[in-house]
Design a protein around this ligand. Structure first.
Ligand code: NDP
Ligand code: 8X3
Length: 251
């Protein structure tokens, strides 16, 4: 059971780009979505006609819906959606965070993901074939300082995936939430708003996951037999573990 046509949101970098490469190597056609049109064109030139660039901001719901309604025939029957487009902004205490950062995270990680999923799942139901793969995070399950709104969005992604499975029960459409720990991508450069030095420090002194490591797990889930649904898949670098509770001790 291998996807024939994959839509990857967030395909210009990191995990999404790695999924794009993995899917193309396996022979699937891939609709590659992201805001950086030039980068998408470079990838399409490198990887060939299996790739259809879709330069769009996922938050532009009407544009996204129009583009998905007007796909060329060979890309129209999407049977795997990988909702990768997402980001964290900032690492401050909740009340010190800029509320425009909350807004961008919620609009991208949640609202846009919901709109894309709704549009694609309707076609999957008509065709009786499909798999929705979400990018959750360990931040949706284990709290850490400064991760409140980002982690909240990823907790939503995880529990939304469970509820979506219930709504889809009785249909062949599958749902999986992939929940990685530290993956070295552009994620931290984006989180720290272009501060590459601060971003590099996040991954200093241990071997983080790569986008390709996560893409391999995603592809493993996508290629299971049709009767198998992997609900959640959590993965971390061996060097990372959940730290447990903290105590404000007055010793
Ligand atoms: P990157 O920053 O490397 O990639 C993010 C991708 O999302 C880019 O392709 C970017 O493309 C795209 N994107 C962001 N905003 C939009 C938008 N409004 N419209 C369209 N595309 C958008 O990060 P990662 O690959 O690491 O992250 C991918 C997903 O994985 C995210 O959801 C993240 O939360 C999650 N994740 C990441 C982890 C990590 O440690 N890196 C761990 C756990 C989960 P462009 O800028 O061209 O629009
Ligand atoms: C990305 C991993 O730990 O920076 O979701 O939140 S973390």
């Amino acid at each position: 059971m291998q996807p024939r046509v994959v839509l990857v949101t967030g395909a210009t970098a990191g995990i999404g780009e790695a999924v794009l490469r993995r899917a193309v190597a396996a022979g699937s056609r891939v609709i590659a979505c992201g805001r950086r049109a030039e980068r998408l064109q470079e990838l399409a030139t490198e990887l060939g006609p299996q790739v259809l660039p879709l330069p769009l901001d996922v938050r532009d719901h009407p544009a996204m819906e129009q583009a998905l309604a007007a796909l060329p025939a060979e890309f129209a029957s999407i049977d795997c959606l990988v909702n990768t487009a997402g980001l964290a902004l900032g690492l401050s205490k909740f009340w010190e965070n800029d509320d425009s950062d909350w807004q961008v995270m919620i609009e991208t990680n949640l609202t846009a993901m919901l709109h894309v999923t709704r549009t694609v799942v309707r076609g999957m139901l008509q065709r009786e074939r499909g798999h929705i793969i979400q990018l959750g995070s360990v931040a949706g399950r284990y709290p850490y300082g400064g991760g409140s709104v980002y982690g909240g969005t990823k907790g939503f992604v995880s529990i939304f995936s469970d509820h979506l499975r219930v709504d889809l029960n009785g249909t062949p459409v599958r749902v999986t939430s992939i929940e990685p720990g530290a993956v070295e991508t552009e994620f931290s450069v984006v989180r720290f708003k272009g501060d590459g030095q601060r971003a590099n420090k996040v991954y200093e002194g241990f071997q983080p996951l790569s986008g390709a490591d996560v893409a391999e797990s995603i592809w493993f889930c996508a290629c299971q037999p049709a009767h198998v649904n992997i609900n959640h898949l959590e993965l971390m670098p061996v060097a990372q573990s959940a730290a447990g509770f903290t105590f404000a001790r007055k010793l």
